[in-house]
Design a protein. Structure first.
Length: 89
């Protein structure tokens, strides 16, 4: 199953490394990544494949959310089909 991970917050060194390391430790493969910094505001979107994840999707949601809190950022993950439905005009 594919999912979309979004990361938003104040820019600092190591954001991409921390998030990617966490995903790798959970067996999640990153298919595509896009990040932007506007002044001090960091945003990143990632398309990931969770089919080889070592934890359940609900646990992955919680793990990423907790990591975001630790980092002072918002990290969310949504299934690709749900993400597409939410952003359909």
């Amino acid at each position: 199953m594919r999912a979309v991970v979004t990361v938003v917050g104040k820019d600092r060194v190591g954001i991409i490394a921390e998030v990617c390391s966490l995903l790798a430790s959970c067996g999640v493969n990153i298919l595509d990544i896009n990040q932007t910094v506007m002044q001090d505001f960091f945003t990143m979107s990632m398309l990931v494949d969770t089919k080889t994840s070592t934890i359940a999707f609900g646990d992955l949601v919680e793990t990423l959310s907790r990591k975001g809190e630790e980092m002072g950022m918002k990290i969310r993950i949504n299934r690709e089909d749900l993400f597409n439905a939410m952003h359909k005009i």
